[in-house]
Write a protein that binds this ligand. Structure first.
Ligand SMILES: Cc1cc2nc3c(=O)[nH]c(=O)nc-3n(C[C@H](O)[C@H](O)[C@H](O)COP(=O)(O)OP(=O)(O)OC[C@H]3O[C@@H](n4cnc5c(N)ncnc54)[C@H](O)[C@@H]3O)c2cc1C
Length: 408
């Protein structure tokens, strides 16, 4: 009998945490972790924050010491892409031509930046940010300072890199077609708060207009907006969202629709194949619908949940989406996903102007999301409010003297 083998494709947060969990839960068979990047698994959030500003060394981003993989008998295959899945043979074919047999397979292939397809898009000096290699290149471009940096997209990546670029004393312009930054993630009310923050720190925010193209002779020298303006640029960063890496799953005939479709136990349409992290579009029993979450905590918790399910444990993955960001002196945590159209009111407690407050998004009186800004140790209470589906009194919700736990 060949040794029972669990294969994980994607050596990043979801994949590495799944491997760790398999061993922690006592799995004694082979664990093979396949990744196409050259580095061992690392955290991506520092790439647009401490690593980019220079506050944190590269080494801090790695998830495990180099020796951990050998100690835990996790066979790490780096710099190797999985090219195809043969479901009938239970094999993953690698780009090198080698095949690895699996009993259970986890897809943790994450997401890749959406590309801006406009004239001039291949000029030098246009950056995307997903990998450690991307971040190192971007840091080399930003660190000297005194450069004209233009950022396409006022989402999380765009705003965090804007803050890092300002930290290196560059001139920064951010261009976005929506009326406020983070419109799709937070809606207009709190998007406006982020606009004020960045303007206060000297960012030229150009909203209600997109990027129509780039000028330059080899190297980018200007960005052309949809309004026809030309914005001079030495460095361009494109942060316009990400797409799930579903090619392997699609070609293997798994069900895919904005991510690999999985049930609440993170199992795909093939009972021996699971998916977790950014690539998974999972049924969330708490929300009563599928959701694809492109956030760190979802990979951190989803990888282990999938590992437990692969071991035959009862798993119902019902985490509330959670996200955090750091920009200048603002630190925030977000629970829930309050896209425009999915709430009807926003209530705040604390002082929005001095950026020390909590915002609650309500739908029909129920709290569906909450964001704490420079206020700490309240995530548990906010998530309890969301889970409870209670309809708290709005004045009490806005009153800093009323403990959140009293509102349940
Ligand atoms: C710059 C940046 C900053 C971020 N900041 C935050 C933050 O502040 N807060 C937050 O909540 N989230 C943040 N995120 C999001 C967070 O990092 C992701 O949600 C998380 O990395 C998802 O982990 P994952 O393991 O699912 O996928 P990924 O981290 O995308 O990893 C997938 C891995 O699989 C590899 N792969 C893909 N296809 C194959 C294949 N066929 N064969 C082999 N390997 C393959 C990829 O190259 C990659 O290494 C940030 C992301 C970025 C890029």
């Amino acid at each position: 009998m060949p040794e029972e083998t669990f294969v994980i494709v994607g050596a990043s947060l979801a994949g590495a945490k799944a491997a760790e969990t398999l061993r922690a839960e006592g799995f004694a068979g082979r664990v093979v972790l396949i990744g196409d990047e050259p580095e061992r698994p690392y955290d991506r959030p520092p790439l647009s924050k401490g690593f980019l500003t220079g506050a944190e060394p590269r080494e801090k981003a790695f998830l495990h010491e180099e020796g951990w993989y050998g100690e835990q008998r996790v066979e790490l295959r780096l710099g190797t892409a999985a090219a195809a899945i043969d479901r009938a043979a239970h094999e993953v074919r690698l780009a090198s031509g080698e095949s690895v047999r699996y009993d259970r397979l986890l897809l943790a292939t994450g997401a890749s930046p959406r590309r801006l397809d406009v004239p001039g898009a291949t000029l030098q000096g246009i950056h995307y940010l997903r990998t450690m290699a991307d971040a190192a290149e971007l840091k080399r471009a930003l660190a000297p300072g005194g450069r004209r940096v233009v950022i396409a997209g006022a989402g999380w990546i765009g705003l965090e890199t804007a803050a890092a670029a300002r930290g290196h004393r560059n001139d920064v312009t951010v261009i976005d077609p929506e009326p406020v930054p983070l419109h799709a993630a937070l809606g207009p009310e709190m998007g406006g708060m982020f606009a004020a923050l960045h303007r206060l720190h000297g960012v030229d925010l150009r909203l209600d207009q997109g990027v129509a193209g780039f000028w330059g002779a080899g190297q980018v020298s200007a960005v052309v907006t949809s309004g026809g303006a030309e914005v001079p640029a030495d460095v361009v960063i494109v942060g316009i969202g990400a797409r799930p890496n579903t090619r392997l799953a699609e070609e293997a005939g798994l069900e895919v629709s904005d991510g690999v479709l999985v049930d609440a136990s993170l199992r795909t349409s093939d009972p021996d194949i699971y998916a977790a992290g950014d690539v998974a579009n999972a049924y969330n029993p708490l929300l009563g619908r599928r959701i694809r979450v492109e956030h760190w905590a979802n990979a951190l918790n989803g990888g282990p949940a999938a590992a437990r399910a692969m071991l035959g444990r009862d798993v119902s993955y019902d985490r509330i989406p959670y996200f955090y960001t750091d920009q200048y002196d603002l630190g925030m945590e977000m629970s829930g996903a309050p896209a425009p159209g999915e709430y009807d009111a926003v209530v705040t407690r604390g002082d929005v102007a001095s950026r020390e407050f909590i915002a609650f998004w309500l739908s029909d009186g129920r709290v569906v999301a909450g964001m704490n800004v420079n206020v700490w140790d309240v995530t548990g209470d906010i998530q309890n409010l969301i889970r409870s589906a209670a309809r708290p009194d709005r004045d009490a919700l806005a009153d800093t003297k009323t403990p959140l736990s009293d509102l349940l």
